[in-house]
Design a protein around this ligand. Structure first.
Ligand code: GLC
Ligand code: CA
Length: 571
């Protein structure tokens, strides 16, 4: 096999520590809780843990608002627990990457506290300050019409500082000014510190936004009732960003040749831009997460639609994976994943709770044999699904609450509740379902985010006992992907869609010495699919029998196959 970087053959797994496992009964998940589940993770077969932020934080955005990058927040444990986690994970051949928030800090970070109180402090320049404007009524208004990602102005007025500061997320998360060389050096130092402590790399949070349009000009888009509009071009993939990243590479990554960096570029980056971030020639990081495939179920923008009107666009979904592969193959590496902690549960999006087992396994097969490094999101492997909350107040999340405030103007409570159940990121943040016991075995204490009601049936304890469970299927599928022959076929072959315009079936193949094919029905109804190739063997299947006549497969709801084709197959 061709020499590859370790992460090209790895299987990633994202952990949301707050709701993964609570070891000390305070209702909040923690690092010792993750340590106690390392055996579980090892048995699952994952080999990279991406752990969402656990550093000191006022928790306005559950840890993405960092007030001390060098300390573990006491609610998650101690620094020693993290070092322990790294060494125990390493003993199991599992690497650990941390979620590094470098676009903003908490407003309680000492840098910001100093910046807002002292105009002359060198820290002032670590953030972005502007004077407001005065409107026709003589009222002070923000410097421009930019909206942030959490549904309000991208600016917040600070009484103490006497100016507005930029904050594209919550007002407790002021954006850092990457134009400041001193700030940048501080960031590199933090990164080197954690690499020296043994972490294997980073997931770089909100990386697309480090550089802003320095003209600060208004967006030409139509503004909403509050005078703002979300125009992410004002702070996404701006050319200057790539200079910062090159410096990050020089100052940090190139000194640790085994470290891996995966950047979150979200829904704002094209494949051409992705190559600027992660292209093997000129890029500075190893790969980027885009969100293009996350919303093809139709939930995005579905405020006024009934559940029946939401239908996944399977053709688009396939073409998105193909486009990223075609544009980046040989020029950049790719992560592949369904969803993360910012999205609803994939089982509710592309699967169906009425076909939980079938669709959970179908999603596993479809993802795990695609080209790239798979990243699972915790709970996906047991088929966790969206919340069943009946009250808007159960959506404990700063972005959901901001959304609610605005949506009240044009939507009923029932519509808002339905929309949040479909789209809110809280869906992914409910306590991990370990057992059928109280609080799903996540904690002995009532957690702050409610457990989903299906935990009596959907939990690790019962899936362990069921040889036919989603969990056991994941274990099998991951083990299979790791076998050298299959791995080589998946990442060393050539990925092609088969019958790419089929509206219901996602089928792809890998050309090469061991030709493989995945055929997945994405619908809750049956579909037929013509197999134009000779099959050597069925490697994975989520139904006990096969229905095939004259080369035409009848696929039952969410039926899915991984096939090895005969080497003569003309793909
Ligand atoms: C990223 C994170 C998200 C967070 C935001 C601000 O998008 O994934 O959870 O709210 O950045 O840090
Ligand atoms: Ca705890």
């Amino acid at each position: 096999m061709k020499e590859r970087k370790w992460w090209q053959s790895a299987i990633g797994y994202e952990i949301y520590p707050r709701t993964f496992f609570d070891s000390n009964g305070d209702g909040v998940g923690d690092l010792p809780g993750i340590i106690s589940k390392l055996d579980y993770l090892e048995k699952l077969g994952v080999t990279i843990l991406w752990i969402c932020p656990f550093f000191k934080s006022p928790m306005d955005d559950n840890g993405y608002d960092v007030s001390d990058y060098y300390q573990v927040d006491p609610v998650f444990g101690k620094n020693a627990d993290f070092l322990n986690l790294i060494s125990m994970a390493h003993q199991k051949g599992i690497r650990v990457i941390i979620d590094f928030v470098l676009n903003h800090t908490s407003d309680e970070h000492p840098w910001f506290l100093e910046a807002r109180t002292n105009r002359k402090s060198p820290k002032r320049d670590y953030y972005i300050w502007r004077d407001g404007k005065v409107n026709a009524e003589g009222k002070r208004v923000p410097p421009n019409n930019w909206q942030g990602f959490f549904d309000d102005s991208a600016w917040n007025y600070d009484e103490v500082a006497g100016q507005y500061y930029l904050k594209i997320f919550s007002k407790k998360m002021p954006d850092l000014n990457w134009e400041s060389p001193a700030l940048r050096q501080n960031i590199y130092q933090i990164a080197r510190y954690w690499l020296d402590q043994g972490v294997d790399g980073f997931r770089l949070d909100a990386i697309a936004h480090l550089a802003k349009d320095l003209t600060w000009s208004d967006s030409p888009y139509d503004v909403g009732p509050d005078g703002t509009t979300l125009d992410s071009r004002k702070f996404s993939s701006i050319p200057r960003l790539f200079d910062y990243l090159r410096e990050f590479k020089t100052e940090v990554l190139s000194r640790y040749p085994n470290a891996m960096a995966v950047g979150e570029v979200g829904g704002c980056a094209t494949t051409e831009e992705a190559l600027k971030y992660s292209g093997t020639d000129k890029g500075s990081i190893d790969m980027v997460f885009n969100f293009d495939s996350c919303w093809e179920n139709g939930a995005y923008g579905s405020e006024h639609k009934s559940d029946e009107e939401i239908v996944a666009n399977v053709v688009n979904l396939k073409h998105i994976f193909l486009r990223w592969y075609t544009d980046c193959r040989a020029k950049a590496w790719l992560p592949i994943y369904w969803n993360n902690h910012d999205h609803p549960r994939v089982l509710s999006q592309y699967g169906d709770i009425h076909f939980r087992k079938e669709s959970g396994k179908m999603l596993a097969t479809t993802l795990l044999f695609m080209y790239g490094t798979p990243f699972l999101y915790n709970g996906e492997e047991i088929g966790m699904s969206n919340v069943d909350y009946q009250e808007i107040r159960d959506f404990k999340d700063v972005s959901a609450m901001n959304y609610y405030k605005n949506a009240q103007r044009h939507m009923t409570e029932a519509e808002i509740l339905r929309f949040l159940r479909r789209t809110s990121r809280v869906n992914a943040r409910t306590p991990f379902q370990w057992t059928s016991g109280p609080h799903a075995g996540f904690s002995t204490h009532e957690p702050d985010t409610k457990v989903v009601g299906n935990y009596m049936d959907v939990n690790v304890e019962s899936e362990e006992k069921d040889p036919d469970s989603i969990l056991n299927f994941y274990r099998k599928a991951i083990a299979l992907r790791k076998t050298p022959k299959i791995l080589e076929a998946v990442i060393g072959g050539e990925f092609v869609l088969v019958d790419s315009e089929h509206p219901d079936v996602f089928a792809y193949a890998h050309k090469g010495a061991t030709p493989l094919m995945v055929i997945s029905n994405f619908r809750k109804f049956s579909a037929t699919f013509k197999i134009p190739f000779a099959i050597k063997q069925i490697l994975l299947h989520n139904y006990p029998t096969t229905e095939m006549k004259d080369g035409i497969l009848t696929l039952r709801p969410f039926e899915s196959y991984l096939l090895e084709l005969s080497p003569e197959a003309k793909l």
